[in-house]
Write a protein that binds this ligand. Structure first.
Ligand code: 9PG
Length: 505
């Protein structure tokens, strides 16, 4: 490792790295201070003292925001939920740590960005240094980074451009308009209510009708439960007969302890050093585990599972809780969590053919080039703040419209690489505590991304709400970014800054 002087702004800063060379970014032609840096760790001594830090969470739901040094965020509790919140190792330096990319804001408004160009990179910051490192990979990979200083738009565009070259881009074209069963029916779905919903939606121009969690026996046993006794293929046909593309939710890399998959293949899971499976989170009334996708048996099972969903007739798959297979742990093959996950997603992509893959609860960087769409924030909810989790458990990743807005707003730079899903918009007043302006803000965020979805049941909408939904699906206004939080949307400007800050609420 060498100490290298590089030009940043008007000065030269000391960088500890193996090498650094200036580069020109196609996607950010105005960027004059951009470098390709190699090393792990790399550390840059910066002069900005207590500067705002851009923290980028590891997976869809993980807090992503510009943080003030005084934001006062504490490490979230309880530990059993850590993997659902962020990469467990990042939580050790929480909140001034990020996955893949991190940035500091200089007093003049310019941004110093350090972004990993390989999997498994993380960035941390304090008053003197901006550091990047890779989790151990064997055999060692090239440890390349993008380091740039310039306007926020340019440094993120430059980084996105290089990520696209490295991992690929998908999701060109118009994002689908989706009706999703989760944020109204939650797990209480059955054939009758979904068929009634299909009839009620007649005339609304959705592209996809997506069945969410609740159709399966349990995580791992991806067969229809007793609420879907006609079979999932029959439901797919009913969806197609109504003029929509059938969409299905599944968490293919997560396994429930009561599943027959777990009983039959206890050796198919990511394990701790004592050989026991690693707990990937707690939901569905129990813990759940992550699949070891480096195991040949798992690979065959996974490809078979996805082919089965395709044969049932689903060509839009919402793949959820994917981080479960990316957690640090012991696997059949000695590779890192992000590498293992990407291998799993490659197998899924191969088996899915040209189906639309929406990843959710997924590592962000490791999904690029393989998924078509990506949830870029936590879940919305028919309420504003998840006060219990935000204030008492210090967890800003729980379902709430505020949490979803905040994190999604800070991931819009991913748009050139993948279709970004900010989660559903609400039109209903029924069973909804959101105020009109809160619903409007969510709607406008969806217009920025172009990814338009709702879960509202047609029977819950009055005439004017249904008309608003219809207009939302039929018209897509022109959108122009004005600055970090201000967007021109059609003929008006919206300032999202009141929803961007992160502190315990
Ligand atoms: C289905 C849901 C929906 C939703 C997904 C995901 O932190 N949590 O407790 C937590 C629970 C559920 C969750 C996200 C986080 O939601 O994002 O759209 O598909 O699963 O179970």
């Amino acid at each position: 490792m060498a100490s290298i002087l590089i030009d940043i702004g008007e000065t030269q800063l000391a960088l500890q790295a193996d090498s650094a060379e200036p580069i020109v970014c196609k996607e950010a032609p105005l960027l004059t201070q951009a470098y390709r840096v190699v090393g792990s760790p790399v550390a840059l001594l910066h002069p900005f003292d207590e500067a705002p830090f851009y923290r980028h969470g590891w997976h869809s739901w993980s807090l992503t925001a510009w943080l003030q040094p005084s934001c006062g965020l504490l490490t979230p509790k309880p530990e059993i939920r850590w993997p659902m919140i962020d990469h467990p190792s990042l939580l050790a330096w929480y909140p001034f740590s990020g996955s893949g990319v991190g940035a500091l804001q200089a007093p003049d408004g310019n941004i110093l960005l350090l972004g990993a160009l390989e999997l498994d990179g993380f960035v941390t910051a304090d008053e003197q240094t901006l550091r990047g490192a890779y989790w151990q990979a064997r055999p060692p990979r090239p440890r390349a980074w993008f380091l740039a200083y310039g306007s926020e738009e340019e440094v993120f565009a430059g980084y996105a451009g290089l990520l696209g070259e490295r991992f690929g881009r998908r999701g060109q074209g118009a994002p689908p308009r989706v009706w999703c069963s989760w944020y109204s029916l939650y797990r209480t779905i059955n054939e009758t209510v979904l068929k009634d919903t299909l009839s009620g939606l007649a005339g609304l121009p959705f592209d996809v009708f997506q069945v969410d969690d609740g159709w399966q026996i349990c995580l791992g046993d991806w067969q229809a439960n007793s609420e879907f006794s006609s079979g999932m293929d029959v439901l797919a046909q009913a969806i197609r007969d109504s003029g929509y593309r059938p969409g299905l939710w599944l968490a293919p890399l997560a396994v429930a302890p009561q599943s027959s998959l777990f009983q039959q293949h206890p050796d198919w899971l990511v394990r701790a050093s004592d050989g026991r499976p690693i707990v990937a989170g707690h939901n569905w009334g129990d813990v759940f585990y992550g699949l070891d996708v480096t195991h040949p048996g798992v690979q065959e099972w996974l490809a078979g599972l996805i082919s089965r969903m395709r044969k049932w007739g689903y060509d839009y798959l919402k793949l959820d809780f994917l981080y479960a297979a990316a957690l640090p742990g012991y696997r059949h093959e000695n590779i890192t969590g992000d590498e293992a996950y990407r291998k799993g997603l490659e197998i899924i992509r191969q088996a899915a053919g040209d189906a639309y893959l929406l990843v959710c609860g997924s590592p962000i960087i490791a999904s690029l080039g393989l998924a078509d769409g990506m949830r870029i924030g936590s879940d919305v909810a028919p309420f504003w703040d998840n006060h219990e989790r935000s204030a008492h458990l210090h967890d800003l990743s729980g379902p709430s419209t505020l949490n979803a807005l905040r994190t999604s707003l800070h991931r819009l730079w991913l748009r050139p690489l993948i279709q970004v899903d900010p989660d559903v918009t609400f039109f209903r007043t029924r069973y909804n505590l959101l105020l009109p302006y809160q619903k409007q803000i969510l709607l406008e965020l969806a217009q920025i991304t172009g990814f338009r979805a709702t879960s509202d049941l047609p029977a819950w909408l009055d005439e004017s709400e249904r008309a608003a939904l219809q207009a939302f699906l039929e018209n897509q206004p022109d959108v122009c970014r004005l600055d970090r939080y201000r967007y021109q949307i059609g003929d008006h400007t919206t300032d999202f800054s009141p929803f961007a800050a992160a502190w315990p609420t």
